[in-house]
Design a protein around this ligand. Sequence first.
Ligand SMILES: *Cc1c(COP(=O)(O)O)cnc(C)c1O
Length: 221
Amino acid sequence: MSIASQLERVRATLPEGVKLVAVSKTHPTEVIEEAYRAGQRCFGESRPQEMKQKQEALPKDIAWHMIGHLQTNKIKYIAPFVALIESVDSERLCEALQREAVKCHRVLDLLFEVHVAREETKSGWVAAELIAFVEAGAMDRYPNLRVRGVMGIASNTEDEAVVKGDFEALRAVFEVLKPHFGEAFDTLSMGMSDDYPLAIACGSTSVRVGSLIFGERDYSK
Ligand SMILES: *Cc1c(COP(=O)(O)O)cnc(C)c1O
């Protein structure tokens, strides 16, 4: 099936108000162009240099979301244009983002990535530590950073009850943090190809869908 029809299939399942981030990591620019021609304007990438190369090659009205772990020394590749950094997982990264944001005279929009999955390997804040960090007023130190919400990845399991529990835990963090931020705090990013309908049922406002649109990824290239 074509990318346009895959996209259409996914879109047809999204309630109004739920945003679709098409996760294009590892896929070449021609493939992204095909989705662009089908009307998609928001894409997710996990590697800074790869995102930068694609941004340079593709139309400038694309909103690029960083969804992978971001090393501080790589912020510079994306800071001038990135629309949303969904994977902010530490205080150290906030500090480095603030510095880069000042350098390029921007306010950077971000989500806090929260660790809700069972797997130890996934990154993100421990929920209680993030809440303590925000409640202590730590974000006041970063005037060039604007917190838009939270992002998380559910456990990689067939057990729906576990996945649902992860999404509910993430939503709870979203609700606790919300009063600390302004109206711009509006994004609960959860749900991927395998679990996005459940994420939406649990309150997701933004889903990150890759393989269901673009097919399987080949990491060897
Ligand atoms: C790769 C990735 C996705 C997309 O995964 P699919 O299963 O292909 O939909 C979503 N979110 C994050 C953080 C990712 O790294």
